[in-house]
Design a protein around this ligand. Structure first.
Ligand code: C5P
Length: 305
């Protein structure tokens, strides 16, 4: 059986500025994304008919099959394969197999990474050579974070997050992530945000100059001080114990500590590898997380392996 395999990275939002809800139900964003080296692997296998299927395994636990990810048409990687073949005017099938390291519903674009990986893997399996601009168009249809998972690196996201422009930046950053036992619904966190800002005047979101200057300079301490996330209060309102998780990283001298996207994953910026290890050990011994992982960023977007 012929196969093509892609790796796709998780994203974090170094800053996440959120505006007032739009008529289409989405929120205007001014965000700075960074792709980090926590990746899902998407394998596209040839099939004899026109069926599109998916199996999802965890990277740990001897590849145990995951039950909290949908496997039918609701699976975003399946939708990616269907949209790509429709755009190409073909009816080839594919058996997708996903090995997940990115937490499910963790605020790190795990589903979006799988969609980006599926686009890259299926494009190769089916020999399509789809132009980059066309892949980006399909990615934007699949979800707000999918274009960034294709691109990787550091980028500014506007629109609902799907309009991205690369950021020239220096440096490689050491991150520690505290993964929660249970995911959170992005839509519910945005709804909580709407409740919290109701009756207030929400400004148009803008990217912070200090954060951009820190990235251009490769200055980890300045970057840590400039991190921000407008969804954090809403996520902590729904999951108050996340405040304790963030406090543990802060006590260890993390250069920055906040939730990733809509949470519940907490992200901590370390000054070097030893410091990252110290933060990871403190989080693990406080038993506030289901798992603690370390990764560096930025990394490239979805790529064939
Ligand atoms: O685009 P995506 O499917 O990833 O978005 C998931 C949900 O998150 C949306 O249905 C919406 O409720 C919320 N969302 C939002 N504003 C954004 C991005 C996502 O309200 N900019």
């Amino acid at each position: 059986m012929r196969t093509s395999t892609a790796r796709a990275p998780a994203k974090i939002n170094l800053s996440l500025g959120v505006g007032s809800i739009r008529p289409d139900g989405y929120h205007p964003l001014a965000t700075v994304y960074q792709a980090v080296g926590l990746c899902d692997e998407v394998r596209a296998g040839e099939v004899a008919d026109d069926s599109v299927s998916v199996r999802v395994h965890s990277d740990a636990d001897q590849g145990e099959e995951l039950t909290d990810v949908p496997v039918g048409i609701d699976n975003i990687a399946v939708r990616a394969a269907l949209l790509l073949r429709e755009a190409a005017g073909i009816d080839d099938g594919v058996a997708l197999s996903i090995r997940k390291s990115i937490p499910v519903s963790g605020g790190m674009a795990g589903g979006s990474a799988d969609a980006a990986g599926a686009l890259v893997a299926c494009d190769d399996l089916w020999g399509l050579h789809t132009p980059k601009s066309e892949l980006e168009r399909i990615a934007a249809q699949l979800g707000s974070d999918v274009p960034f998972c294709l691109a990787g690196g550091n980028a500014i996201g506007s629109g609902r997050g799907e309009v991205i422009s690369p950021v020239l930046a220096r440096g490689s950053y050491q991150w520690v992530f505290a993964l929660a036992h249970e995911g959170m619904s992005t839509a519910k966190v945005y709804a909580e945000y709407d409740r919290l800002v109701e009756g207030t005047n929400v400004a148009e979101p803008e990217v912070d100059d200090e954060l951009m200057a820190a990235l251009r300079a490769g200055d980890a301490a300045a970057l840590g001080a400039a991190l921000s996330n407008d969804l954090q209060d809403a996520a902590i309102f729904q999951r108050p114990e996340l405040a304790e998780t963030l406090a543990i990283g802060e006590e260890c001298g993390a250069l920055g500590a906040q939730l990733s996207g809509s949470g519940p994953t907490a992200m901590f910026l370390a000054s070097d590898e030893q410091h990252a290890m110290d933060i990871a050990v403190a989080l693990a011994s406080a038993q506030v997380a289901a798992d603690v992982v370390q990764a560096t960023g930025p990394v490239v977007g979805a790529r064939l392996v």
